[in-house]
Design a protein around this ligand. Structure first.
Ligand SMILES: [Zn+2]
Length: 359
């Protein structure tokens, strides 16, 4: 996602870099590293950083404003906000504003975006409700900015996980549901549904039947491949099945929670094809790559044999997928290999392919 960020205005780039430093704890690492060592590490990193294929223009979204965000209608009074990497959405209503996710990278720009739209359309700018797509901090960590009185709504497992996490930036939802819940707020209708675990155990489908829109976060990153292990997902079969469920709803506009543009049904289908191609290629690689030389070479060091063998299978499986999708989905050459390893492991461990019972 760095490539898209580099195309964004300076303010967004800075806030992204600040966010990244916080994530990896770079500042605390720098504090304990002698300066000379840190400088030589930076110089070495800069000279050895790999080059990647250009981001296809189709993956990029609209330019951000001077404050580092973009807000626009998805359909009528449903709006989306992006900082180029994260997405949030809000619905204006007779009673106030319903916000969907509060990513900390967008942070105070969420209220600025609401204010901008409310001023232009003459509606209330008070956020009265906040719906969580799932419990993850990178989509909910600006929740506390909206105070104690906002009604927080989410899946019952989101509540359990947030009570467990005990993070003051993400108060647990007080209105919860298990399978389905239809919200009627200020004359607007929002359908929430849980169809089993996928990215996380609590990730929900947010359908706006009167706005022709579906919000499903951290599954399809429109125009981009998923990051690392299918967007750091906990349930690979659940993640793989989610797009089919998404497509079973009627909608034209897709809010995926990430990247700088909205999605379409074609984006979801392309994502499905990409994951399917990885799975097909992984099955082929498991059948073709011979483990014998790895186990012969490493003898009693079983982990060395496992690593080198699985790395070889992964590289064999990923290569044709990278070739096919470079120029089609952004960052295919960045993340396909790490994704292929988890798809391959899911085929072995969840689906049982290749298991051999000792005679
Ligand atoms: Zn997440």
């Amino acid at each position: 996602m760095t490539s898209s960020t580099l195309g964004a205005p300076a303010r967004s780039r800075r806030s992204f870099l600040t966010g990244t430093a916080a994530v990896v704890g770079a500042s605390s690492i720098a504090a304990i590293m002698p300066n000379a060592l840190a400088e030589s590490a930076s110089a070495a990193a800069a000279s050895t950083l790999p080059d990647y294929a250009p981001v296809p223009p189709s993956a990029l979204g609209p330019a951000l404003n001077d404050q580092g965000y973009y807000v626009a209608p998805v359909n009528r009074n449903l709006y989306w906000v992006t900082d180029g990497t994260y997405q949030s959405a809000f619905l204006t209503s007779r009673e106030g504003v319903v916000l969907f996710d509060a990513p900390p990278t967008i942070g105070h720009n969420l209220q600025r975006a609401v204010d901008e739209i409310a001023a232009a359309t003459g509606v209330s700018n008070t956020v009265t409700h906040l719906v969580y797509s799932h419990h993850h901090a990178d989509h909910a960590g600006a929740s506390s900015l909206f105070g104690k009185d906002v009604v927080r709504i989410g899946h019952e497992e989101t509540r359990q996980l947030l009570l467990r996490d005990n993070d003051p930036t993400r108060p647990a939802p007080t209105e919860t549901f298990r399978d389905r819940k239809t919200l009627h707020i200020g004359g607007e209708r929002i359908q929430l549904a849980w169809h089993g675990s996928n990215h996380t155990p609590d990730n929900i489908y947010i359908h706006f039947p009167d706005h022709d829109t579906l919000m499903l976060v951290d599954i399809v990153t429109s125009g981009w491949v998923p990051i690392y292990n299918l967007n750091l997902s906990e349930d690979i079969p659940g993640f793989t099945a989610a797009p089919t469920t998404a497509l079973s709803y009627p909608w034209q506009h897709f809010i995926g929670g990430h990247v700088g543009r909205l999605g379409t049904r074609d984006d979801v289908v392309l994502h499905q094809q990409y994951v399917e191609d990885i799975a097909d290629s992984a099955r082929t690689a498991l059948a073709v790559v011979d483990p014998t030389p790895y186990f012969v070479k490493y003898g009693e060091n079983s982990w060395a044999a496992v690593k080198t063998y699985l790395d070889a299978v992964t590289d064999y499986a990923a290569a044709p997928v990278i070739a096919k999708y470079t120029g089609v989905l952004a960052a295919a050459d960045v993340f396909t290999t790490s994704t292929t390893l988890v798809v391959l492991e899911s085929i072995r461990l969840d689906l049982g392919a290749g298991s051999q019972v000792h005679s």
